[in-house]
Design a protein around this ligand. Sequence first.
Ligand SMILES: [Mg+2]
Length: 331
Amino acid sequence: MSEEIISHGRILIAEDDPISRRMLQSFLAKWGYEVEVVADGVEALAALEQPNAPQLAVLDWMMPGLEGPQVCQRVRRLTDRPYTYILLLTARGQKDDLLRGLASGADDYLTKPFDSQELRARLRVGERILELERNLIVAREELRFRATHDVLTGIPNRASVLEATQRECSRQAREGGAFSVIILDLDHFKSINDTYGHLCGDQVLREAAHRVTASVRTYDSVGRYGGEEFLVVAPTTDGQGALALAERVRQAIEESPIETEAGPIRVTASCGVASKIDAETFSSSALLKLADEALYRAKALGRNRSESAATSGVRAVEVGAAGIERVSAKS
Ligand SMILES: [Mg+2]
């Protein structure tokens, strides 16, 4: 056969018989596999339990330590990794044995003495299945990304950032400390769309998302909350810290004009900040409502500024919007 050697990736051989082992090794190497070899079942299991184990394995049935089917069973219990395709080699031809081998989790079997071309063909089947599985994983990850991220800006979407808010809210209720949210809204965004068109509007949103994300801390979450609204979830951050963070984010938007196909556009943003400390028990939606009210005030007071809800959230909830006080504003 004059087929060119192509790389097939890594494969594990577990075979206690030295002659059979060497034969397998030389065939597989010749066919372009990167071969790892072990001589018993215990070593085979150890090799397959490695985080970056080969996904293709040829296991002899009868081996010291653990037999092939036992190794299969143990490998199938590992659920935190990609699939391992396992081919059992057996000297036993009896049907009951084969059924037992397959029931243990093997994908295929070959009876010794085996035909090398048949082994090669069956390993290709294994590779096809692994390839299908890899494609499925990629597709699933893509779907997951699309379900949790905003298509335009690439940052987490509303549902996703709301989930982060709820999660952080529960954590804070459990562990105490502080927790803040910031709602940032681009000022006069509608007029950007109206004046320069939606394409430019989209460019502004993308760059704004980028600037917000780049100016928060690694442990903060950012998501697109609405059309031109972004939500920042700031764990273990009190009102003062959150206001400082809001100002940093706001300044990052204001700092330099955003490049668009219609030329640079100067954009500003307003921020509403709300915090929850220690034993305050109100919900994440109540907190968001406070931040929204603070944002409304920032808009009313002239935009391009950050406003905080009252420091005591409980009081603010009790007294409603009237309880929101101007803790600090842009100096
Ligand atoms: Mg053996």
